[in-house]
Design a protein around this ligand. Structure first.
Ligand code: PLP
Length: 463
């Protein structure tokens, strides 16, 4: 166990100011400071659902005032990048406390552009976590660089700084800390390592809108931060992305690169025509129109997720077999794009995780098992076999078997293959009663784990 683990806080403990873990269910038939509401049979065995009602619909759409704002942009006929996009960029930068924001078509391209203009390219190694969405790594490969995986800490689900340190070589150029599931990475340690080795830090904050570390918004700590506004995200547009940074010259270059290499800002006026290689990944006015109305609700929904997430952790603490997520001490706000827990099958009578998820669903509490191991997915092999990589790298640098051997990530694999259970962010948007229902569902399943497993093995329960 690394030293840092002692300094983790249970999310619920942040609210209460204590590290109280709660009684074990096996000892006290209670958890999270409460007795199970109703000692009834679990829904998968024919009992009543813990949550008979519905969950908030996502994405939120407030009322006709939002219709009017979006339709006025549609009726204007100005759909390519113009004033609404600039307004969205000003507002998003303002909400984060960043000097500049540049929107892009999506988060994947925000990462692609930011890495490209941070000078990441052929011959470089970029340290990434394995427990992330595929886009983080695709953005590295699209720039011709080699991803190097630093395993996560299972208790926080986040990139482990100690593992990052171990992966640094003379070729390492950048680190991408991913604030996965909306919880901040241990940024002080990442920034310290980056400073010691002169590495660029590009934050992948695609799941962490308005999350805070030491009172500072994530995405504003490294050289640049990247966001996604894809449909499921805490600020949804359907598709959309943004880069934020305080580095004016870098942002001018990002602008040019995202706009066909045409001059912008410090380059404007001095040159005619395109002056650099560029792509075209501009935001549209209707994306901005939807984004602007969504920003109106962002502070309210973010506060709700943080509050409900801490409350839910408090309820689940002490339920044997469910390990609640730990947050780094400087986390001043987690935004739980996905609320995670670790399911320990041994403590649930050997129940397969898929059966737990099915039993939760039967209780009216949908959840999922999350990511599968990323570092072994074939897209990396396909990049190594591409014409570009074959021409520019020595064979030993892109030896795929050696890559697999050097990039083993057992902690992330355990989360992917055995332990992780996610609850969608939109389920954290009502009151405490909904959180009580989630905890109640898990508690009922735990109490009846033997019976459920028996009936599953005998074929009486099918999933
Ligand atoms: C961690 C992470 N990085 C990058 C992305 C890419 O964003 P987008 O889907 O907007 O391209 C996502 C979004 O799904 C994400 O979750």
């Amino acid at each position: 166990m690394s030293i840092s683990r002692r300094s983790f806080l249970k999310a619920g403990a942040l609210a209460s100011g204590s590290l109280f873990l709660g009684p074990r269910l096996s000892e006290a038939k209670s958890f999270g400071n409460s007795i199970l509401k109703k000692q009834v049979s679990p829904a998968i065995l024919g009992g009543a659902k813990a949550h008979p009602g519905t969950w908030p619909k996502w994405p939120l759409w407030k009322d006709e005032s939002w219709d009017r704002k979006v339709v006025s942009v549609l009726r204007s006929g100005i759909w390519s990048r113009a004033d609404k996009t600039s307004q969205f960029e000003r507002e998003w930068a303002g909400m984060l406390g960043a000097k500049r924001c540049l929107t892009t078509v999506n988060g994947t391209n925000a990462l692609f552009v930011a890495l490209n203009q941070a000078g990441i390219g052929i011959g470089d190694e970029v340290i990434v976590p394995p427990y992330t969405f595929v886009a983080t790594v695709q953005a590295v490969l699209l720039n011709g660089a080699v991803p190097v995986f630093a395993d996560v800490d299972r208790q926080t689900f986040q990139m482990d700084p100690e593992q990052v340190r171990k992966k640094i070589t003379s070729r390492t150029k950048a680190i991408i800390p991913v604030h996965i599931l909306g919880m901040p990475v241990d940024m002080d340690r990442i920034m310290r390592i980056a400073a010691e080795h002169d590495l660029v830090v590009i934050e992948d904050a695609c799941q962490a809108h308005l999350a805070e570390y030491g009172g500072v918004k994530v995405g504003t700590i490294g050289k640049a931060g990247c966001f996604s506004f894809q449909n499921s995200k805490n600020i949804p547009i359907g598709e959309g992305g943004a880069i934020v940074s305080d580095d004016e010259e870098f942002m001018d270059r990002c602008y040019s690169f995202h706009n066909l290499g045409l001059p912008y800002g410090s380059q404007a006026g001095s040159l005619a025509g395109a002056f650099m290689v560029g792509t075209k990944v501009r935001f549209s006015e209707y994306q901005a129109a939807i984004g602007l109305v969504q920003l109106e609700e962002a502070a309210r929904t973010t506060a709700l997720r943080w509050e409900n997430g801490q409350y839910l952790t408090g309820k689940l603490d002490g339920l044997e077999g469910i390990e609640t997520v730990r947050l780094y001490p400087k986390t001043s706000k987690a935004v739980f794009h996905l609320y995670p827990m670790r399911f320990i099958s041994d403590r649930f009578a050997g129940m397969p995780r898929e059966l737990f998820v099915a039993a939760m669903k039967a209780e009216g509490v949908p959840c999922s098992t999350g990511y599968s191991p990323l570092q072994v997915q074939p897209f990396i092999k396909s990049a190594f076999e591409s014409k570009l990589y074959q021409r520019v790298y020595d064979s030993q640098e892109i030896d795929y078997d050696a890559f697999l051997e050097a990039n083993k990530c057992p902690e992330s694999d355990a989360l992917c293959n055995e332990e992780a259970v996610w609850i969608a962010q939109s389920m954290l948007l009502n009151g405490h009663e909904d959180m009580d229902d989630i905890a109640e569902a898990a508690g009922k399943i735990r109490e009846n784990a033997d019976k459920i497993v028996r009936k599953f093995k005998s074929g009486e329960i099918k999933i």
